[in-house]
Design a binder for this molecule. Sequence first.
Ligand code: SME
Length: 161
Amino acid sequence: MAEELQINAENKEGKYIELLPQVKGLINGEADEIANMSNLCAALKQTFNFLWVGFYLVKSNQLVLGPFQGPIACTRINYGKGVCGKAWELQKTLIVPNVDEFEGHIACSSLSKSEIVLPIFNSTHQLIGVLDVDSEFLNHFDTIDENYLTKLVSLIFTNNA
Ligand code: SME
């Protein structure tokens, strides 16, 4: 395992392109999903300095806080609630350019202005959790983030669609 991430690109896609094989290297040979989710959060926080990046995992019909980096966050989210619960209900990625315009947004931090939430599926296509990334800037996420975050998550949950 490399001791440090090496990211030299200046632009977002370049950073993701450099990050991808390094995260692959980190995750290769480690089967523990909690360990891998933790390192992915750290790698994303370190590379992009996102306000908050973390996982919520489905447990007893709620999303429960998993590995994350950033300020403390709400621990449980109900089905259909907030952006995370809505991504769970709709089973699709949600990009929210302005959280104040998203009905039912759960404000864990007043600094959060935009976010992206990706669903995570297991090998039998059951939704097992979400990846939530928050920014203190409006309109911070687009399909480049969706594309690479999907690839990064699929390194951990190899059967992720
Ligand atoms: N923004 C989320 C809640 C989780 S925190 O932001 C970490 C939502 O509305 O689903």
